[in-house]
Design a protein around this ligand. Structure first.
Ligand SMILES: C[S@@+](CC[C@H](N)C(=O)[O-])C[C@H]1O[C@@H](n2cnc3c(N)ncnc32)[C@H](O)[C@@H]1O
Length: 229
């Protein structure tokens, strides 16, 4: 009898200092990948955000601006800041946003590890498909930054590539093993435990699969009972 072997969760093979180069190169074709595999999870994240116009919104790792465009349209009176470490991805985002009128936003280079944002100033922090390319030991550093900048009643919306729940969706883990760069440095993760350990309450965690590509969509809030260092 054959026994199904569990696929171990892998740590990253593409270090952060190489990620800029990887995404500068991927920027021209990134939206094709996004359209095929990420639209459902991205739409659900936007639904969960339930933007009230006038909000302070920060999107970290804004990429080519696919989600940011929708946030900005829903929040013309509020503040909308999008940051990314890849200027190639940011240039695509700027080109996308330039076509829209009567919107109000800033798109800047910036790093999730060190946000140039005041503490407790953000209502909605959106972050899609970034933690799946961050090393496990560095995830809490970024979550602490997110916790610092969010208001006590703010919300954190995350989308990550996650571990596939069907055997076929694990094909992406296998591709990652052969060529991490082909997967844009992303491998499947589950972020719930790390969020709780960093002082968040996880209200919603949903699994969404598109073209076999497995995503998790999370709505988390600062757990004000936990002490912030
Ligand atoms: C898979 S893409 C996702 C882009 C976008 N969020 C989306 O959903 O289409 C990952 C993005 O994370 C960005 N990124 C990676 N590490 C980052 C960091 N430390 N700070 C800011 N952005 C980062 C990359 O440059 C890239 O644009």
């Amino acid at each position: 009898m054959f026994r199904r072997r569990a696929i171990q969760v892998q740590d990253v093979y593409v270090p952060q200092h190489k990620i800029i180069e990887v995404y500068d190169k991927l920027a021209p074709v990134y939206d094709i990948w996004g359209a095929l595999t990420e639209t459902k999870a991205r739409s659900r994240a936007l639904q969960l955000a339930r933007v009230d116009d006038g909000s302070a919104i920060l999107e970290v790792a804004v990429g080519t601006g696919l989600t940011f465009l929708e946030l900005v349209k829903q929040n013309p009176v509020g503040t909308n800041i999008g940051i990314d470490i890849s200027t190639g991805m940011l240039d695509k985002a700027k080109a996308r946003l330039e076509k829209v009128e009567n919107v109000n936003y800033q798109l800047e280079t910036g790093n999730a590890f060190n946000l140039e944002v005041e503490s407790k100033s953000v209502d909605i922090l959106m972050n899609n498909y970034m933690f799946d390319l961050i090393a496990f030991n560095e995830i809490p550093v970024i979550l602490n930054e997110f916790r610092r900048v969010l208001k006590d009643d703010g919300q954190l919306i995350l989308v990550n590539m996650t571990q596939g729940e069907s055997i076929f969706s694990r094909v992406y883990e296998l591709i990652y093993r052969v060529s991490p760069k082909l997967m844009g440095g992303c491998r499947g993760i589950r972020l719930t435990d790390a969020l709780i350990a960093s002082g968040f309450k996880v209200d919603i965690r949903e699994y969404i699969q598109q073209m076999l590509f497995p995503s998790e969509v999370i709505l988390a809030r600062p757990d004000t009972r936990t002490h912030l260092e």
